[in-house]
Design a protein around this ligand. Sequence first.
Ligand SMILES: [Zn+2]
Length: 394
Amino acid sequence: MARKAPSKARKSPLPRLLSNPFVLALAAVAGVFAIAMGVATLTGGSSGGESGKPAPVQQAAQQQANGQQASGQQASGQQAVQPPPVQSPPVPAAKVEPPAPAPQSTAQTETESTGKAAAEKPAPAEFRPPATTVAMLPPPAPPSQPPVQAPSGNAALWRKNALPAEVPQGKPMIAIVIDDMGVDRKRSNRMAALHGPLTLSWLPYARDLQVQARAARANGHELMLHMPMEPSVKADPGPNALLVSLDRGEIVKRVRGALDSFDGYVGVNNHMGSRFTADRAALAPVLAELHRRGLLWLDSRTTPNSAGIGLARELKMPWIGRDIFLDNQDTVAAVKAQLAKTEQVARRQGYAVAIGHPHDATIDALASWMPDVQKRGFVLVPVSTLVRMRHTGG
Ligand SMILES: [Zn+2]
């Protein structure tokens, strides 16, 4: 009995509790609360959950990536890095970006150091942090190089325009330079018709200069510009001559005008100029302009006081000086005598530069002398060949 009582007592408590109105009320409240919590959990998961947050972050990451691709098109390395972060979680993507600008700015620095055009593309770097600013510091250095490299860059012009010439070893060489070309068309044509090679120096105010000069070049002669300069004697050097009374700007302007009158020449020598070439300050900007254009300087030595060769040495530009004037006496015999002197100089120093003019006597003397000169062991060369053998620079 005693056992039954407890067993009944075990079974009885639940029904008793269920039958208790307070318990039922509590259970009902608990049930309602549980349902409310469940609903709250479901609605909260859809509206304020994490699935909504990644979307804006990813969009931001994609926008940043797109923006950088648009602004930094040249940074191919960065573009290769960007795509993976977009697919991976947004947070890592944001952390990957800061390092990315570094290679981009480095690439820009390299392009800027190699080309001037890159200097026009600093825009992508401007919105970069200080690190980029530091990387941008080197570019200012390259701009200082062009002025230094410009002469060497143009230095090949006299070589480029040089008449090709074979130079046999051990034979004395002679360069015949004919000045004042182009004004006396008839005699200039006669001179240019000779079988050279001669070096023909043209006055910048000659008519049809480009046509005359090209025809002469096609006939196997080298070309020079014969720059009119002020003499110390009473003589007219011609229009736009260089005068010691001119200021530096006007001198350079006249030189440039003459240099632009035709092309294809290897350098410049002075027409007259016994006063001008003796004025070092006046001549300096002239040679500087020739050097800048990569041209050689032939000093006609119309005065022993010419500053031309000293200046050319200081500038380390290609130069050479005249040895003999062929036709101060305008007879065939006198010119032939000067040609003989030219040969003596060539034997002695290995080469000689003789200057003549398109005169009948000079043309006739050269016409008979040139065919025999090689038979007597000399080599006729354009003046650039002599300069090339003496000048090691540009
Ligand atoms: Zn002259």
